[in-house]
Every structure is written in structure tokens, then in C-alpha cells.
Design a protein. Structure first.
Lengths: 444, 89
């Protein structure tokens, strides 16, 4: 009898798992349950529709619903799973009762952390997640004059840029001394601040949100430094793993609150796999578990979990977390640690920093690229990197993540080969310049 | 319900990060550190835990971190850098 594979969650990890399971075993019955009206769209694209860089929300969907049916994936929309019975090997489905499974993939995603202040249940607070809600909010933005973005998380940065581009008076409130302070270093984000100022964004750093004020809907945000009027507030707090079902079923959770998995994405319960924002994974350099990564991480984990649920043997790897984003007119990005995070953890490191250029110095449109490399002090193996520029950041972040994974040293990078072609690459690669400076500061 | 390891991780991470952010803000921006919580609990983490943690050698810190339960204690391959010889000799 073909295996019955149930997937809980219709985001990137859930759809990745479902597709991969069907591919690995075309006889398997694959059923996906999602509480939402849609599955498999890109929530990461939502800020760019709000900012009018993407013309409509329809482009964010990966496929039509019919395509999943044709692929043999049975998606039950607006059908929440309310419980897991691992002993009986069933899931409790709203409106359908107990549904048996042979293998289960938990891909329940994330929730935003509770802002923990009075007024958090008022109308006018926007949590960017569901595409249907985003469509409704997009109409609200047409008439909004003033918006407050709460927390300078990656999503917060994207929303600030989108709202400012939309012509809305935008305030960003964050308790840290610089935006994205839990991910990026201050020297990397500083150009972004200047570019936001050009767009009219008002930054309220070192400032805490104390309350959302209003009767039915928010009309102002009270902060530690005064009150800000607001037609809406975009709440961009931390992504917390949604592990309610897993926890109630007795599946082991780790120190991040995410589901504990091994390289097969197998949980502590036999035949139960998990993937995406609800799991934690070891960081490749520190071996410290991390959680809440990107959609591409979630999708790849889902594919591994789905294949294994269908009887294959696939392994995911510890993560080195290449990241990148556009904020204001800048691109920022990196891999593994920045200087701030390495300092916090107490990881010993040597620093190499350089400012290079993205194209030949004489080629029109040439941009500055600042590269910062971190290496461990003994063999000078790369352990982290951060960058800011206006082009070529994503490709460098991907390359540097792979360089860290494979044990590349500052010596290797300092004398690396690089593409030299005036419109796309300079004579001196900025990464190589940073590595040379790192060698000099290490006295080598 | 928050387990002990989740409580330890969340508090230690937060206060170590705040300390590092304050150091970086001074060094790069000449700005004050992040807004911190008041009360005896946060005071303990800031005044006792952070200085003690920072005085420990990295090897000991690492051993403590590794001892916490989590995905890193399960089977994972490929966590260490792999340097292979050339594909064609």
C-alpha cells in the first residue's frame, strides 16, 4: 500500500515537502493542510508590491491551484490542523476529523513575537504575512498619510523603504542604536540611514514602543521619547517558531523554541519530519542552533523532509546563512557572523575591511562596495562576512557562504582569481582587498 | 511553557547582544547603547552574567553552549569545512 504522507502547512517548506515527496514516490498520497486561502506564494515579495516595484500580488503565486491537483498534491485550504496524535498516527483536522498518516511533515512556520505593549489588539496594526490581508492593506495604504514601523528587523527595513517610496510619512521605531542591529554591523547599515533620510524617513533609534493608542483603531504610537501620530503601525517583531502542535504532541523543542531535527529533518518522533521556520538548525561555524531563516532555506529543508518522508535518504547541511536585502538605495548582505554577533558570542576573530568598486573605475555607473571579512585567528579561515554596496552584493554573499563552508582562508581570498570586465567587475575584487587587509592586521 | 534551556538561551543571547551592540555603537557611531530593560533580573544578566561569560575562555564557553539540548546534538554531517584535492590529477 502506498504511504500516506500528510504535510501540515502550505508555505515554502510545506509545498517543498509535498512536491519532493511525490517526486520521490509517485505512488504516495500527499495531502497538505493549510489554514489559509492560498498556498505557495512568496510572502517575501509583499513589501515590494506595497512599494509599487512589483505591479500586483498575483505575480507572487508560484502556481495555479489546479497545477497542484495535476501534480497529485491534494491541498486542503482554510483547513487548520488542531492536533497531532502520534500514538494513533493521526492528525485532527478542523471539519474533517481524524486523518491517518504513515509519515508526517510539520511545516507550521512562524508567528510574530507579541509586541508586549498595551493596545496590541487594536485595528490598524499590520502584521505582514498573509497575502489576502496584504491585498486589503494595500488599499489602506492608498489613503494612509503616516505610518509607524515597529522594529528594524529585515522585514522592517523592507517595509520602511516600501512605505517611503509610496509617499507615506514613515517613522521607524527601534530600541537599538542602529537599524537591523541583531544581524548587521553599524558601519554596514550607516549608508542605509543616509539614504532613508533622503526619502524622508524619520528614524527613532534607541527608542522603545510603549503602547498603541486609539479606541478601535490605532491613532498614535506612544514611545519612550514621545507620541507619534499614525494611520497604521506595521509590526515587524521577531519571527518565533510556531510549534504549538509539535509541543502539545511531545515532539522535542530546542533552546531557540524551534523543533529539534537531524540532518534528515527527522524530529524526535519516528516518522515525523519538520522543516522551515518552525525548526532549528546548527550553525556551521559555531554549531549553535539558529532559527527563522529565509524562504530559500525553508524550501530546501522542505524538499529534504519530503523526500525522506517518502522513503529516500537525503541530508540537509548545517547552515552558513548567506543573506542580502535592499534598503533605501543600498544593498546590504553577508554570510555567517558579523562583527557584532561574533563579539556577542565571544568568538575570537581577525578583521579585514576594504572599500572597493563594483566595475572598472572608469566605467559609467561604478559603485563603491564595502567588504568586511572575519577570520579565526589561527589558520585565518573565514568565519563571517558583511557588505554594503549598490550591486553585486547577493552574488558575493552566496560565494562567501560557500567559502566559509569549505574552509577558505584569508590567504586564499587575498590572491583569488576574479572576473575583470569593465561593465561588471573591477581589476581588484573588493573581497580580495579586504582579505589582504585582514592578512596585514593579522601580521601575516 | 518556556523550558530552562529556552529561558537561558533567550536571556543570555539578548544581554550578550545588547552588550556587543553598545560596544559597536560607541566604536562606529559614537551613539549610546540600546535601550535596556529595568529591574533586578536584567541587572543580574548585565552586571553578573555578561562580565563572567566574557572572562571565560572561548573553549569553555563553547563547551557550555554545546551542552544545551537542541538540533546541534543530533546527527549532522558536513558541519566542518571540507578541503578536497583537485578533481582531476
Amino acid at each position: 500500500m502506498p504511504p500516506r504522507i500528510v504535510v501540515v502547512g502550505g508555505g515554502a517548506a510545506g509545498i517543498g515537502a509535498a512536491g519532493s515527496a511525490r517526486q520521490a514516490d509517485p505512488q504516495a498520497t500527499v495531502t497538505v493542510y493549510t489554514e489559509y486561502e492560498d498556498a505557495a506564494y512568496s510572502p517575501c515579495g509583499i513589501p515590494y508590491v506595497h512599494g509599487r516595484e512589483i505591479p500586483d500580488f498575483e505575480r507572487l503565486f508560484l502556481q495555479e491551484k489546479a497545477a497542484y491537483r495535476e501534480a497529485g498534491i491534494d491541498i486542503h485550504y482554510e483547513t487548520p490542523v488542531t492536533g497531532l496524535d502520534l500514538g494513533q498516527r493521526t492528525v485532527e483536522v478542523h471539519g474533517e476529523g481524524r486523518v491517518p498518516f504513515d509519515r508526517l511533515v510539520v511545516a507550521t512556520g512562524f508567528d510574530y513575537a507579541d509586541p508586549g505593549v498595551p493596545g496590541k489588539d487594536l485595528g490598524g496594526l499590520y502584521y505582514v504575512k498573509n497575502i489576502r490581508k496584504a491585498m486589503e492593506w494595500d488599499e489602506v495604504l492608498d489613503s494612509a498619510k503616516v505610518a509607524v514601523v515597529v522594529d528594524a528587523s529585515p522585514l522592517g527595513l523592507e517595509m520602511v523603504t516600501a512605505l517611503a517610496q509610496r509617499g507615506i510619512e514613515t517613522h521607524l521605531v527601534d530600541p537599538h542604536p542602529w537599524p537591523l542591529a541583531e544581524v548587521a554591523d553599524p558601519d554596514i547599515v550607516q549608508p542605509v540611514e543616509a539614504s532613508w533620510a533622503e526619502l524622508g524617513v524619520q528614524l527613532h533609534l534607541n527608542t522603545k514602543v510603549e503602547a498603541f493608542l486609539g479606541d478601535v483603531a490605532v491613532r498614535a504610537v506612544r514611545t519612550s521619547k514621545g507620541e507619534l501620530p499614525a494611520d497604521l503601525a506595521v509590526v515587524c517583531t521577531h519571527k518565533r517558531p510556531d510549534t504549538t502542535l509539535a509541543r502539545r504532541a511531545g515532539i522535542e523543542l530546542g533552546s531557540t523554541g524551534g523543533i529539534v531535527v537531524d540532518e534528515r529533518m527527522a524530529t524526535s518522533a519516528p516518522g515525523v519530519f519538520a522543516a522551515g521556520d518552525c525548526v532549528e538548525l546548527p550553525h556551521g561555524v559555531s554549531n549553535v542552533p539558529v532559527q527563522g531563516l529565509s524562504g530559500s532555506h525553508a524550501y530546501a529543508q522542505g524538499k529534504v523532509a519530503g523526500a525522506n518522508a517518502a522513503g529516500r535518504e537525503r541530508a540537509y547541511r548545517p547552515v552558513y546563512v548567506p543573506w542580502g536585502m535592499v534598503a533605501g538605495k543600498w544593498m546590504i548582505g553577508g554570510a555567517s557572523f558579523g562583527e557584532t554577533l561574533a563579539t556577542a558570542l565571544g568568538v575570537p576573530f581577525v578583521l579585514g575591511v576594504a572599500e572597493g568598486i563594483s566595475r572598472a573605475r572608469y566605467y559609467p555607473g561604478v559603485k563603491k562596495v564595502r567588504v568586511k571579512l572575519l577570520a579565526e585567528p589561527d589558520e585565518l579561515r573565514l568565519i563571517g562576512a558583511q557588505m554594503v554596496g549598490q550591486e553585486g552584493i547577493k552574488e558575493r554573499a552566496d560565494f562567501l557562504a560557500m567559502a566559509i563552508r569549505t574552509g577558505v582562508t584569508l590567504e586564499d581570498l587575498a590572491w583569488m582569481e576574479n572576473v575583470y570586465s569593465p561593465p561588471i567587475g573591477a581589476l581588484n575584487e573588493p573581497i580580495a582587498l579586504a582579505a589582504q587587509n585582514g592578512l596585514a592586521s593579522a601580521g601575516r | 511553557m518556556v523550558t530552562f534551556s529556552q529561558w537561558l538561551r533567550s536571556n543570555s543571547e539578548r544581554h550578550l547582544l545588547e552588550h556587543a551592540q553598545a560596544e559597536m555603537a560607541r566604536r562606529y557611531l559614537d551613539r549610546p547603547g540600546p535601550v535596556t530593560e529595568r529591574g533586578l533580573g536584567p541587572l543580574f544578566w548585565r552586571r553578573v552574567f555578561v562580565p563572567v561569560y566574557r572572562r571565560l575562555p572561548w573553549g569553555l564557553r563553547r563547551a557550555v553552549i554545546q551542552a544545551l539540548p537542541g538540533s546541534h546534538r543530533r546527527r549532522w554531517q558536513g558541519g566542518r569545512p571540507i578541503r578536497r584535492p583537485p578533481a582531476v590529477r
